[in-house]
Design a protein around this ligand. Sequence first.
Ligand SMILES: Cc1cc2nc3c(=O)[nH]c(=O)nc-3n(C[C@H](O)[C@H](O)[C@H](O)COP(=O)(O)OP(=O)(O)OC[C@H]3O[C@@H](n4cnc5c(N)ncnc54)[C@H](O)[C@@H]3O)c2cc1C
Length: 410
Amino acid sequence: MTDPGVLIVGASQAGAQLAASLREFGATCPITLVGAEEHLPYQRPPLSKSYLSGKAEAESLLLRSADYYADHGIGVVTGEWIDRVDLGASGGRAVSATGRTFDFDQLALTVGGTPRRLDVPGADLGNVFYLRDLSDAAALRASLDDARRVVVVGGGFVGLEVAAVANSLGKEVVVVEALERLMARAVAPVVSQFYLDAHEQRGVRVLLDTGVVGFLGSGTVSSVELSDGTSLPADVVLVGIGLVAHTALAEQLGLEVSSGGIVIDAHARTSLPGVVAAGDCTALRAENGLLRIESVANAIAQGRAAAATLVGVHDPLSVVPWFWSDQGDIKLQIAGLSSGYDDVVLRGEPESQQFSALYYRGDRLIAIDSINAPRDYMAVRKILEGGASVPRTVAADLDVQLKTLIPARR
Ligand SMILES: Cc1cc2nc3c(=O)[nH]c(=O)nc-3n(C[C@H](O)[C@H](O)[C@H](O)COP(=O)(O)OP(=O)(O)OC[C@H]3O[C@@H](n4cnc5c(N)ncnc54)[C@H](O)[C@@H]3O)c2cc1C
Protein backbone atom coordinates (compact mmCIF):
# COMPACT_ATOMS: atom_id res chain seq x y z
CA MET A 1 0.00 0.00 0.00
CA THR A 2 1.28 3.51 -0.84
CA ASP A 3 0.92 6.68 1.23
CA PRO A 4 -2.02 8.82 0.20
CA GLY A 5 -1.23 11.70 -2.12
CA VAL A 6 -1.96 11.93 -5.80
CA LEU A 7 -2.64 8.68 -7.63
CA ILE A 8 -2.31 8.87 -11.39
CA VAL A 9 -3.82 5.89 -13.20
CA GLY A 10 -2.22 5.40 -16.63
CA ALA A 11 1.55 5.79 -17.01
CA SER A 12 2.10 7.24 -20.45
CA GLN A 13 2.33 10.67 -22.10
CA ALA A 14 -0.42 12.41 -20.10
CA GLY A 15 0.28 10.65 -16.79
CA ALA A 16 4.02 11.27 -16.89
CA GLN A 17 3.45 14.93 -17.77
CA LEU A 18 0.93 15.30 -14.96
CA ALA A 19 3.39 13.89 -12.44
CA ALA A 20 6.24 16.09 -13.68
CA SER A 21 4.04 19.19 -13.72
CA LEU A 22 2.86 18.53 -10.17
CA ARG A 23 6.46 18.81 -9.00
CA GLU A 24 7.08 21.87 -11.21
CA PHE A 25 4.06 23.54 -9.58
CA GLY A 26 5.60 22.79 -6.19
CA ALA A 27 3.55 19.81 -5.00
CA THR A 28 5.28 18.09 -2.09
CA CYS A 29 2.78 15.25 -1.57
CA PRO A 30 3.50 11.65 -2.54
CA ILE A 31 2.84 11.01 -6.23
CA THR A 32 2.20 7.53 -7.57
CA LEU A 33 1.98 6.81 -11.26
CA VAL A 34 0.53 3.38 -11.88
CA GLY A 35 0.27 1.78 -15.30
CA ALA A 36 -0.62 -1.53 -16.84
CA GLU A 37 2.37 -1.72 -19.18
CA GLU A 38 5.68 -3.21 -18.08
CA HIS A 39 7.68 -0.17 -19.23
CA LEU A 40 8.37 3.28 -17.88
CA PRO A 41 6.32 5.86 -19.82
CA TYR A 42 7.50 6.05 -23.43
CA GLN A 43 6.66 7.86 -26.67
CA ARG A 44 4.16 6.17 -28.95
CA PRO A 45 4.66 8.19 -32.18
CA PRO A 46 7.86 6.35 -33.18
CA LEU A 47 5.98 3.02 -32.96
CA SER A 48 4.61 3.61 -36.46
CA LYS A 49 7.68 5.45 -37.71
CA SER A 50 11.35 5.08 -36.67
CA TYR A 51 10.83 2.14 -34.32
CA LEU A 52 8.83 0.18 -36.88
CA SER A 53 11.39 0.81 -39.59
CA GLY A 54 14.20 -0.34 -37.29
CA LYS A 55 15.82 3.09 -37.09
CA ALA A 56 15.08 3.44 -33.36
CA GLU A 57 15.15 0.94 -30.53
CA ALA A 58 12.88 0.64 -27.49
CA GLU A 59 15.35 2.19 -25.02
CA SER A 60 15.39 5.45 -26.98
CA LEU A 61 11.62 5.88 -26.63
CA LEU A 62 11.49 6.53 -22.87
CA LEU A 63 9.97 9.90 -22.03
CA ARG A 64 12.10 10.25 -18.87
CA SER A 65 14.74 8.11 -17.21
CA ALA A 66 14.21 6.01 -14.09
CA ASP A 67 16.50 8.47 -12.30
CA TYR A 68 14.19 11.36 -13.14
CA TYR A 69 11.26 9.73 -11.32
CA ALA A 70 13.45 8.71 -8.36
CA ASP A 71 14.99 12.20 -8.10
CA HIS A 72 11.55 13.85 -8.14
CA GLY A 73 9.95 11.50 -5.65
CA ILE A 74 7.52 10.09 -8.20
CA GLY A 75 6.71 6.44 -7.54
CA VAL A 76 6.17 4.55 -10.78
CA VAL A 77 4.40 1.21 -10.53
CA THR A 78 4.38 -0.76 -13.77
CA GLY A 79 2.46 -3.87 -14.76
CA GLU A 80 -0.61 -3.16 -12.61
CA TRP A 81 -4.04 -2.76 -14.18
CA ILE A 82 -6.41 -0.82 -11.92
CA ASP A 83 -9.83 -2.32 -12.19
CA ARG A 84 -11.67 -0.70 -9.30
CA VAL A 85 -11.66 2.69 -7.64
CA ASP A 86 -13.70 3.62 -4.59
CA LEU A 87 -14.07 7.16 -3.38
CA GLY A 88 -14.52 7.98 0.29
CA ALA A 89 -15.50 11.18 2.11
CA SER A 90 -12.03 12.43 1.24
CA GLY A 91 -9.77 10.55 -1.12
CA GLY A 92 -10.23 6.92 -1.92
CA ARG A 93 -8.64 3.61 -2.82
CA ALA A 94 -7.81 1.94 -6.11
CA VAL A 95 -7.40 -1.81 -6.45
CA SER A 96 -5.45 -3.51 -9.20
CA ALA A 97 -6.27 -6.77 -10.95
CA THR A 98 -3.60 -8.48 -8.83
CA GLY A 99 -5.23 -7.17 -5.64
CA ARG A 100 -2.70 -4.44 -4.91
CA THR A 101 -4.25 -1.38 -3.27
CA PHE A 102 -3.38 2.28 -3.74
CA ASP A 103 -4.82 4.86 -1.35
CA PHE A 104 -5.03 8.43 -2.53
CA ASP A 105 -6.17 11.91 -1.59
CA GLN A 106 -6.60 13.02 -5.18
CA LEU A 107 -7.10 10.97 -8.33
CA ALA A 108 -6.08 11.53 -11.95
CA LEU A 109 -7.22 9.35 -14.83
CA THR A 110 -4.81 9.33 -17.77
CA VAL A 111 -5.91 5.98 -19.09
CA GLY A 112 -5.79 6.58 -22.85
CA GLY A 113 -7.54 4.02 -24.96
CA THR A 114 -7.37 0.83 -26.92
CA PRO A 115 -7.50 0.30 -30.70
CA ARG A 116 -10.98 -0.10 -32.15
CA ARG A 117 -11.39 -3.76 -33.14
CA LEU A 118 -12.63 -4.92 -36.49
CA ASP A 119 -15.48 -7.27 -35.76
CA VAL A 120 -15.39 -9.58 -38.80
CA PRO A 121 -14.79 -13.31 -39.25
CA GLY A 122 -11.11 -14.24 -39.06
CA ALA A 123 -10.11 -11.10 -37.17
CA ASP A 124 -8.34 -13.21 -34.54
CA LEU A 125 -6.05 -14.97 -37.04
CA GLY A 126 -2.30 -14.67 -36.53
CA ASN A 127 -0.53 -11.76 -38.23
CA VAL A 128 -3.60 -9.51 -37.95
CA PHE A 129 -2.18 -6.67 -35.87
CA TYR A 130 -3.34 -3.56 -34.07
CA LEU A 131 -0.86 -0.89 -33.06
CA ARG A 132 -1.03 0.92 -29.76
CA ASP A 133 1.85 -0.12 -27.56
CA LEU A 134 5.43 -1.27 -27.70
CA SER A 135 4.57 -4.95 -27.64
CA ASP A 136 2.18 -4.47 -30.59
CA ALA A 137 4.93 -2.62 -32.47
CA ALA A 138 7.57 -5.22 -31.65
CA ALA A 139 5.32 -8.02 -32.93
CA LEU A 140 4.42 -6.11 -36.09
CA ARG A 141 8.04 -5.22 -36.74
CA ALA A 142 9.16 -8.83 -36.35
CA SER A 143 6.42 -10.11 -38.64
CA LEU A 144 7.35 -7.63 -41.38
CA ASP A 145 10.74 -9.33 -41.76
CA ASP A 146 9.23 -12.36 -43.48
CA ALA A 147 6.26 -10.66 -45.10
CA ARG A 148 5.95 -9.85 -48.76
CA ARG A 149 2.35 -8.59 -48.94
CA VAL A 150 1.05 -6.17 -46.34
CA VAL A 151 -2.54 -4.97 -46.14
CA VAL A 152 -3.35 -1.93 -44.04
CA VAL A 153 -6.97 -1.56 -43.05
CA GLY A 154 -7.73 2.12 -42.42
CA GLY A 155 -6.37 5.15 -44.22
CA GLY A 156 -5.87 7.34 -41.15
CA PHE A 157 -2.60 8.62 -39.71
CA VAL A 158 -1.38 5.39 -38.11
CA GLY A 159 -2.38 3.20 -41.06
CA LEU A 160 -0.68 5.46 -43.59
CA GLU A 161 2.47 5.74 -41.50
CA VAL A 162 2.70 1.96 -41.31
CA ALA A 163 2.00 1.71 -45.05
CA ALA A 164 4.87 4.12 -45.75
CA VAL A 165 7.28 2.17 -43.55
CA ALA A 166 6.30 -1.20 -45.04
CA ASN A 167 6.67 0.28 -48.53
CA SER A 168 10.13 1.61 -47.68
CA LEU A 169 11.06 -1.90 -46.55
CA GLY A 170 10.21 -3.18 -50.04
CA LYS A 171 6.85 -4.81 -49.22
CA GLU A 172 3.85 -4.84 -51.53
CA VAL A 173 1.41 -2.63 -49.65
CA VAL A 174 -2.32 -2.12 -50.11
CA VAL A 175 -4.31 0.34 -47.99
CA VAL A 176 -8.04 -0.37 -47.69
CA GLU A 177 -10.17 2.59 -46.61
CA ALA A 178 -13.93 2.44 -46.09
CA LEU A 179 -14.51 6.15 -46.71
CA GLU A 180 -14.14 7.97 -50.01
CA ARG A 181 -10.87 9.66 -49.08
CA LEU A 182 -7.81 9.33 -46.82
CA MET A 183 -7.63 10.91 -43.35
CA ALA A 184 -11.16 12.11 -44.00
CA ARG A 185 -11.94 13.14 -40.46
CA ALA A 186 -8.84 15.29 -40.09
CA VAL A 187 -7.98 17.05 -43.34
CA ALA A 188 -9.67 18.78 -46.29
CA PRO A 189 -10.34 16.85 -49.53
CA VAL A 190 -7.46 18.61 -51.29
CA VAL A 191 -5.01 17.30 -48.68
CA SER A 192 -6.53 13.79 -48.85
CA GLN A 193 -6.07 13.85 -52.62
CA PHE A 194 -2.45 14.92 -52.27
CA TYR A 195 -1.76 11.99 -49.93
CA LEU A 196 -3.55 9.54 -52.21
CA ASP A 197 -1.38 10.64 -55.13
CA ALA A 198 1.80 10.71 -53.05
CA HIS A 199 1.34 7.19 -51.64
CA GLU A 200 0.41 5.81 -55.05
CA GLN A 201 3.43 7.47 -56.68
CA ARG A 202 5.62 5.74 -54.12
CA GLY A 203 4.14 2.36 -54.95
CA VAL A 204 1.40 1.90 -52.34
CA ARG A 205 -1.96 0.75 -53.73
CA VAL A 206 -4.95 2.48 -52.14
CA LEU A 207 -8.53 1.20 -52.30
CA LEU A 208 -11.10 3.81 -51.26
CA ASP A 209 -14.78 3.22 -50.53
CA THR A 210 -13.91 -0.36 -49.73
CA GLY A 211 -14.80 -2.29 -46.60
CA VAL A 212 -13.29 -5.42 -45.10
CA VAL A 213 -15.76 -8.23 -44.50
CA GLY A 214 -13.40 -10.89 -43.20
CA PHE A 215 -9.98 -12.53 -43.16
CA LEU A 216 -9.13 -16.02 -44.36
CA GLY A 217 -6.22 -18.23 -43.39
CA SER A 218 -5.34 -21.23 -41.36
CA GLY A 219 -3.64 -20.12 -38.16
CA THR A 220 -2.27 -16.97 -39.76
CA VAL A 221 -3.98 -14.66 -42.19
CA SER A 222 -3.56 -15.35 -45.90
CA SER A 223 -6.17 -13.06 -47.45
CA VAL A 224 -8.40 -10.08 -46.75
CA GLU A 225 -11.96 -10.36 -48.03
CA LEU A 226 -13.34 -7.07 -49.34
CA SER A 227 -16.86 -5.63 -49.51
CA ASP A 228 -16.78 -5.63 -53.32
CA GLY A 229 -16.45 -9.43 -53.34
CA THR A 230 -12.75 -9.49 -54.21
CA SER A 231 -9.91 -10.49 -51.92
CA LEU A 232 -6.32 -9.42 -51.34
CA PRO A 233 -3.52 -11.86 -50.55
CA ALA A 234 -1.80 -10.87 -47.31
CA ASP A 235 1.07 -12.10 -45.13
CA VAL A 236 0.55 -9.34 -42.57
CA VAL A 237 -2.45 -7.11 -41.84
CA LEU A 238 -2.42 -3.95 -39.77
CA VAL A 239 -5.80 -2.66 -38.66
CA GLY A 240 -5.78 1.05 -37.81
CA ILE A 241 -9.37 2.19 -37.51
CA GLY A 242 -9.27 4.44 -34.49
CA LEU A 243 -9.25 4.41 -30.74
CA VAL A 244 -11.79 3.56 -28.06
CA ALA A 245 -11.08 5.54 -24.91
CA HIS A 246 -10.85 3.67 -21.60
CA THR A 247 -13.88 4.99 -19.78
CA ALA A 248 -14.76 2.03 -17.53
CA LEU A 249 -13.20 3.45 -14.36
CA ALA A 250 -14.84 6.83 -14.98
CA GLU A 251 -18.19 5.16 -15.50
CA GLN A 252 -17.72 3.13 -12.34
CA LEU A 253 -17.10 6.39 -10.45
CA GLY A 254 -20.18 7.99 -11.99
CA LEU A 255 -18.16 10.62 -13.88
CA GLU A 256 -19.77 12.22 -16.90
CA VAL A 257 -18.73 10.31 -20.03
CA SER A 258 -19.89 11.52 -23.42
CA SER A 259 -18.76 11.43 -27.08
CA GLY A 260 -16.67 8.41 -26.10
CA GLY A 261 -14.51 10.27 -23.58
CA ILE A 262 -14.35 11.39 -19.95
CA VAL A 263 -15.79 14.88 -19.98
CA ILE A 264 -13.44 17.57 -18.69
CA ASP A 265 -13.33 21.34 -18.68
CA ALA A 266 -10.41 23.63 -19.54
CA HIS A 267 -8.92 22.90 -16.09
CA ALA A 268 -9.01 19.13 -16.75
CA ARG A 269 -11.69 18.80 -14.03
CA THR A 270 -14.13 15.94 -14.39
CA SER A 271 -17.67 16.11 -13.07
CA LEU A 272 -16.44 15.04 -9.59
CA PRO A 273 -14.36 17.36 -7.40
CA GLY A 274 -10.89 15.98 -6.68
CA VAL A 275 -10.82 13.86 -9.84
CA VAL A 276 -9.05 15.12 -12.95
CA ALA A 277 -8.46 13.48 -16.30
CA ALA A 278 -6.12 14.16 -19.21
CA GLY A 279 -5.05 12.91 -22.62
CA ASP A 280 -6.62 10.56 -25.13
CA CYS A 281 -9.29 9.38 -22.65
CA THR A 282 -10.96 12.78 -22.42
CA ALA A 283 -13.68 14.74 -24.18
CA LEU A 284 -12.96 18.43 -23.63
CA ARG A 285 -15.92 20.73 -23.22
CA ALA A 286 -15.25 23.57 -25.66
CA GLU A 287 -17.20 26.43 -27.21
CA ASN A 288 -18.48 24.33 -30.07
CA GLY A 289 -19.07 21.03 -28.31
CA LEU A 290 -17.02 18.15 -26.92
CA LEU A 291 -13.57 17.69 -28.43
CA ARG A 292 -11.79 14.35 -28.52
CA ILE A 293 -8.18 15.05 -29.37
CA GLU A 294 -5.65 12.26 -29.60
CA SER A 295 -2.21 13.79 -29.77
CA VAL A 296 0.98 14.18 -27.84
CA ALA A 297 0.55 17.95 -27.58
CA ASN A 298 -2.92 17.52 -26.15
CA ALA A 299 -1.79 14.91 -23.61
CA ILE A 300 0.98 17.26 -22.47
CA ALA A 301 -1.27 20.33 -22.28
CA GLN A 302 -4.08 18.53 -20.45
CA GLY A 303 -1.63 16.77 -18.14
CA ARG A 304 -0.23 20.14 -17.16
CA ALA A 305 -3.69 21.67 -16.71
CA ALA A 306 -4.71 18.72 -14.51
CA ALA A 307 -1.62 19.17 -12.33
CA ALA A 308 -2.37 22.87 -11.96
CA THR A 309 -5.88 22.05 -10.82
CA LEU A 310 -4.67 19.52 -8.24
CA VAL A 311 -2.24 22.02 -6.68
CA GLY A 312 -4.72 24.92 -6.91
CA VAL A 313 -2.80 26.96 -9.47
CA HIS A 314 -4.80 28.82 -12.12
CA ASP A 315 -3.36 27.54 -15.42
CA PRO A 316 -6.20 26.58 -17.77
CA LEU A 317 -5.62 25.03 -21.18
CA SER A 318 -4.82 27.75 -23.64
CA VAL A 319 -2.58 26.14 -26.21
CA VAL A 320 -3.46 25.84 -29.85
CA PRO A 321 -3.66 22.10 -30.63
CA TRP A 322 -0.86 20.79 -32.83
CA PHE A 323 -0.05 17.45 -34.37
CA TRP A 324 2.29 15.83 -36.84
CA SER A 325 2.36 12.72 -38.99
CA ASP A 326 5.43 11.44 -40.84
CA GLN A 327 4.47 9.29 -43.80
CA GLY A 328 7.76 8.30 -45.35
CA ASP A 329 9.42 11.45 -46.67
CA ILE A 330 6.25 13.54 -46.30
CA LYS A 331 5.90 15.49 -43.10
CA LEU A 332 2.44 16.73 -42.20
CA GLN A 333 2.19 19.33 -39.45
CA ILE A 334 -1.15 20.58 -38.23
CA ALA A 335 -1.88 23.55 -35.96
CA GLY A 336 -5.35 24.53 -34.81
CA LEU A 337 -8.60 22.66 -35.25
CA SER A 338 -10.11 22.72 -38.71
CA SER A 339 -13.54 21.35 -37.76
CA GLY A 340 -16.28 23.71 -38.87
CA TYR A 341 -14.18 25.38 -41.59
CA ASP A 342 -15.96 26.88 -44.56
CA ASP A 343 -13.04 27.60 -46.87
CA VAL A 344 -9.54 26.33 -47.57
CA VAL A 345 -6.81 28.44 -49.16
CA LEU A 346 -3.78 26.68 -50.63
CA ARG A 347 -0.37 28.19 -50.23
CA GLY A 348 2.02 26.60 -52.70
CA GLU A 349 1.32 23.82 -55.18
CA PRO A 350 0.52 20.25 -54.10
CA GLU A 351 2.49 19.06 -57.15
CA SER A 352 5.64 20.49 -55.57
CA GLN A 353 5.06 18.24 -52.51
CA GLN A 354 5.55 21.33 -50.38
CA PHE A 355 2.47 23.39 -49.59
CA SER A 356 0.01 24.36 -46.88
CA ALA A 357 -3.76 24.35 -46.57
CA LEU A 358 -5.10 27.22 -44.48
CA TYR A 359 -8.57 26.69 -43.04
CA TYR A 360 -10.97 29.61 -42.55
CA ARG A 361 -14.24 30.00 -40.73
CA GLY A 362 -15.67 33.25 -42.01
CA ASP A 363 -12.72 35.63 -42.17
CA ARG A 364 -10.87 33.93 -39.36
CA LEU A 365 -7.98 31.55 -39.86
CA ILE A 366 -8.60 28.51 -37.62
CA ALA A 367 -6.01 25.92 -38.66
CA ILE A 368 -3.24 24.95 -41.02
CA ASP A 369 -2.04 21.68 -42.53
CA SER A 370 1.54 22.07 -43.73
CA ILE A 371 3.07 19.46 -45.98
CA ASN A 372 6.85 19.63 -45.97
CA ALA A 373 6.39 23.33 -45.17
CA PRO A 374 7.55 23.74 -41.57
CA ARG A 375 7.97 27.51 -41.81
CA ASP A 376 4.29 28.02 -42.69
CA TYR A 377 3.30 25.69 -39.87
CA MET A 378 5.45 27.41 -37.25
CA ALA A 379 4.35 30.89 -38.28
CA VAL A 380 0.65 30.00 -38.26
CA ARG A 381 0.95 28.22 -34.95
CA LYS A 382 2.38 31.39 -33.43
CA ILE A 383 -0.20 33.56 -35.20
CA LEU A 384 -3.02 31.43 -33.75
CA GLU A 385 -1.39 31.36 -30.32
CA GLY A 386 -1.22 35.15 -30.45
CA GLY A 387 -4.94 35.32 -31.23
CA ALA A 388 -4.24 36.77 -34.68
CA SER A 389 -5.13 35.70 -38.21
CA VAL A 390 -3.80 35.70 -41.76
CA PRO A 391 -5.93 37.84 -44.06
CA ARG A 392 -7.40 35.53 -46.67
CA THR A 393 -6.21 37.92 -49.40
CA VAL A 394 -2.56 37.22 -48.62
CA ALA A 395 -2.75 33.59 -47.52
CA ALA A 396 -1.78 32.22 -50.94
CA ASP A 397 0.79 34.89 -51.69
CA LEU A 398 4.22 33.30 -51.39
CA ASP A 399 5.80 36.77 -51.47
CA VAL A 400 4.19 37.48 -48.10
CA GLN A 401 6.20 35.80 -45.38
CA LEU A 402 3.77 34.48 -42.79
CA LYS A 403 6.20 35.09 -39.97
CA THR A 404 5.77 38.85 -40.50
CA LEU A 405 2.16 38.40 -39.35
CA ILE A 406 3.10 36.90 -35.97
CA PRO A 407 1.83 39.34 -33.33
CA ALA A 408 4.38 40.83 -30.96
CA ARG A 409 4.34 39.18 -27.53
CA ARG A 410 2.42 41.11 -24.92
C1 LIG B 1 1.34 4.22 -33.41
C2 LIG B 1 0.99 5.58 -32.91
C3 LIG B 1 1.51 6.70 -33.54
C4 LIG B 1 1.21 7.97 -33.07
N1 LIG B 1 1.73 9.06 -33.70
C5 LIG B 1 1.47 10.30 -33.24
C6 LIG B 1 2.05 11.45 -33.85
O1 LIG B 1 2.78 11.35 -34.83
N2 LIG B 1 1.78 12.67 -33.32
C7 LIG B 1 0.97 12.82 -32.22
O2 LIG B 1 0.75 13.95 -31.77
N3 LIG B 1 0.39 11.75 -31.63
C8 LIG B 1 0.62 10.51 -32.11
N4 LIG B 1 0.04 9.41 -31.51
C9 LIG B 1 -0.92 9.62 -30.41
C10 LIG B 1 -0.21 9.79 -29.08
O3 LIG B 1 0.75 8.80 -28.89
C11 LIG B 1 -1.26 9.77 -27.98
O4 LIG B 1 -2.10 10.88 -28.19
C12 LIG B 1 -0.66 9.79 -26.59
O5 LIG B 1 0.09 8.65 -26.35
C13 LIG B 1 -1.78 9.89 -25.56
O6 LIG B 1 -1.25 9.73 -24.29
P1 LIG B 1 -2.15 9.29 -23.08
O7 LIG B 1 -1.23 9.27 -21.90
O8 LIG B 1 -3.36 10.13 -23.01
O9 LIG B 1 -2.70 7.84 -23.41
P2 LIG B 1 -1.92 6.51 -23.71
O10 LIG B 1 -0.63 6.79 -24.38
O11 LIG B 1 -2.90 5.61 -24.39
O12 LIG B 1 -1.61 5.89 -22.29
C14 LIG B 1 -2.56 5.41 -21.41
C15 LIG B 1 -1.87 4.40 -20.50
O13 LIG B 1 -2.77 4.05 -19.47
C16 LIG B 1 -2.67 2.65 -19.22
N5 LIG B 1 -3.94 2.25 -18.60
C17 LIG B 1 -5.17 2.34 -19.14
N6 LIG B 1 -6.10 1.90 -18.26
C18 LIG B 1 -5.42 1.52 -17.16
C19 LIG B 1 -5.83 0.96 -15.91
N7 LIG B 1 -7.12 0.75 -15.63
N8 LIG B 1 -4.88 0.67 -15.01
C20 LIG B 1 -3.55 0.91 -15.27
N9 LIG B 1 -3.12 1.44 -16.45
C21 LIG B 1 -4.05 1.75 -17.36
C22 LIG B 1 -2.44 2.08 -20.60
O14 LIG B 1 -1.86 0.80 -20.51
C23 LIG B 1 -1.50 3.10 -21.21
O15 LIG B 1 -0.15 2.80 -20.94
C24 LIG B 1 0.33 8.12 -31.96
C25 LIG B 1 -0.19 6.99 -31.32
C26 LIG B 1 0.13 5.73 -31.79
C27 LIG B 1 -0.44 4.52 -31.10
